[in-house]
Write a protein that binds this ligand. Sequence first.
Ligand code: ZN
Length: 380
Amino acid sequence: MPSIVSPIHRRYVCKNRNRTLIFIHLNQTKFCSVEYIHLRDTVVNEGNTTNVGRLTILPSSYTGSPHHMHEYTQDAIAYVRHYGHPELFITFTCNPAWDDIQQLLLPGQLPVDRHDITVCVFRQKLKSLMDFMVKHEVFGSVRCWMYSVEWQKRGLPHAHMLIWLYNKITSNEIDNVICAEIPDANVDKDFHEIVMKNMIHGPCSTMNPNSPCMIDGKCSKQYPRALVSNTVTGNDGYPLYRRRSAEDGGKLATIQMRNDDIEVDNRWVVPYSPLLSKTYEAHINVEYCNSVKLIKYICKYVNKGSDMAVFGMQPERSDRNVVIHIDEIAQYQAGRYISSNEAVWRILSFPIHEQSPAVVHLAVHLENGQRVYFTVANVQ
Ligand SMILES: [Zn+2]
């Protein structure tokens, strides 16, 4: 069953093997539902229920399904309606060089050989990071929060988090929380090294045109960024964080790329929180959000669900009257992609999403618009 693509990164392609999905597929009649009024109309007018709710549905109770992730997006929007926009959007990535991981490896092993270790350590660090912000209130009291864990195609896990604070961060205070500059190595050498190792983007562009972030000759993450002497907010995107030029007092540093020494300046620094980076020694991108346009994008992005890799070919349909049968399970399984790291996370029953406070979904409906659950047998 597992198709091994490369000896290092084993990708497991789940195809018709997942017992829960088979159960859902075989019990579709139990999941059949339409709004009561539509069902009643059909029964009264046509006396025929076979075409009502003619869908194969994948309910939101299935973890990671599109309906399930969509509910989280709705929850995020519910937070926004009550508490306004989130203050911080944080991306926390697992660092295979952590001592906690390296010390547990047996001689000759690499972190990619031991997903059990990387997964458990990342889970502990993630809990610790959330406690650091929520219980120890390093950025102030937290009103609500949510995070989702996801995996890149072959990669280690990362978590996207949204944090709402009681006391909003004002534009004058951004520089106290978020930094996008190279720290002075003479002041704190260790911190300088952490930032150089984890928070420098690329380099891409002309220095490295084959970097994965390059699309149509441009960096998809918009690096190198502009040098500005002061943080600027007010446009629709993220703020322009302070990135001072060398003449303005900004620091330069050299990094190694393919045995070449490359000099980088503040244009390549991914925005980070000095406090979090120093404490967790990992790639932790911290962004301040205040634009309304960003919120919807971020809420969706945080809960976008698992990756897909799919392409297909279909003969052109000449029969226009064919009954379209939408099969959400087949759509979900087509190209569904679970990396071995994600598989271990799920086997250990670690959550892919947590939030606080809880959001209760109310089934609001118009008169006779309530959802009813039926089978073909009990309607007739
Ligand atoms: Zn780039």
